[in-house]
Design a protein around this ligand. Structure first.
Ligand code: PLP
Length: 366
């Protein structure tokens, strides 16, 4: 009776496994699971408190929200995209509780499809596609080894921290159009981009014909606990109406309070969230500097540093037991990560300073 694809899932989810090992180790600086560390800016918490208070008054009480989001939330997203030079229609924006669940939801638009995943990749892509019964293959670079119905692209990438340039992303868009594939573009870390890499796939001409973009305030605004994101499904890609219908089947929307906080994060709270992003960027820069000439990527457009080191579980345990650093073994992101560990900068400044000292010793003695 149970969906037989459950048996095809790996036994544990990587991040739960790593958390279990690190938990309770007070001597360890945890640079593992990519969770926000700084508290929410006051202006955003106040927007949530005001929204909650409105719900306590008869005149301003609200019941079920519109499934795809309140107009004020969509307006905030539209304005945010206008600042990137991208015009969106309100009907193309769908509020969500984050990318992990919304990408899994989106897959239900399709029947069984072939999917190309980046290798290494965020493990939730694998689980969602395995559960859906999709045929999975991987690419490490452009062009991919074979065509697929759906291509997942993550830029800046978790775990490698690399971002695609305009030229690189344009090639993917051209390729998807030629092969009649749909790109699912994960933009979770777009707010960390500090190079001239595009912060939306729609910065590429013609991308609306073939790409759906998944966005989240989790890393952008420290909303990992609040839970708010949005998915852009352009009218041109041919999936907008079917997705709107799917959402109406599966959800009663996202709370007014959450959307009020989300809209604030993209408007009058934006300066405050950029200050938090800059804080994490500074942490990444400090650790990157400590690594010197060692082969690694990321840390510039992304809070992640992808460090080449040797057997990833062995180095994970060495970093943990000898240097008191909790990182993520790269093999958890796929076989191509088996010689890497991922270090993240979602920590406090003094932790980054101490971690940098320990990393310096680690690379010196290894
Ligand atoms: N996409 C990527 C690439 C991620 O790294 C993460 C979380 O770590 C997510 C999506 C999940 O985002 P959300 O919190 O919006 O579900």
């Amino acid at each position: 009776m149970i969906n037989e694809n459950f048996n095809k899932l790996s036994e544990t989810y990587l991040f739960s496994q790593v958390s279990r090992i690190i938990r309770g180790r007070s001597d360890v600086i945890n640079l593992s699971v990519g969770d926000a560390r700084l508290p929410l800016p006051q202006v955003i918490a106040d927007a949530g408190a005001k929204a909650a208070s409105e719900l306590s008054q008869a005149k301003t009480f609200r019941g079920y929200p519109p499934e795809s989001g309140y107009d004020f939330f969509k307006q905030a997203v539209q304005d945010y995209y206008m600042r990137k030079g991208v015009a969106l229609q309100k009907n193309e924006i769908f509020v969500s509780d984050g990318i992990k669940s919304d990408m899994a939801t989106f897959l239900r638009v399709f029947g069984k499809v072939s999917v190309l995943l980046p290798s290494p990749c965020y493990p939730a892509y694998v689980d969602a596609n395995v559960l859906h019964g999709n045929e999975i293959s991987y690419y490490t670079d452009f062009p991919p080894p074979q065509r697929a119905d759906v291509i997942i692209i993550c830029s800046p990438s978790n775990p490698t921290g690399k971002s695609l340039s305009i030229a690189e992303l344009s090639k993917w868009v051209d390729y998807a159009k030629k092969t009649e594939s749909i790109i699912l573009y994960d933009s979770a870390y777009e707010a960390f981009v500090s190079s001239d890499a595009p912060t939306s796939i729609y910065c590429i001409d013609g991308a609306k014909d073939c790409a759906v973009e998944f966005c989240s305030l989790s890393k952008t605004a420290g909303f990992t606990g609040v839970r708010c994101g949005y998915t852009v499904v352009p009218n041109e890609c041919g999936l907008n109406k079917v997705y709107a219908r799917l959402k109406s089947c599966l959800t009663n929307g996202v709370s007014y309070i959450t959307q009020a906080m989300g809209a604030c994060a993209l408007t009058n709270g934006y300066e405050a969230i950029v200050a938090n992003i800059n804080y994490y960027r500074r942490n990444a820069a400090i650790m990157l500097e400590a690594l010197g000439d060692v082969e690694c990527s990321g840390g510039v457009d992304s809070p992640y540093i992808w460090l080449r080191c040797g057997d990833s579980w062995k180095e994970f345990h060495k970093l943990l037991d000898v240097y008191g650093l909790g990182v993520t073994p790269g093999v958890g992101f796929g076989q191509s990560g088996s010689k890497y560990v991922r270090i993240n900068a979602f920590c406090y400044y003094d932790e980054a300073i101490e971690a940098a000292k320990r990393l310096k010793r680690y690379v010196f003695y290894r």
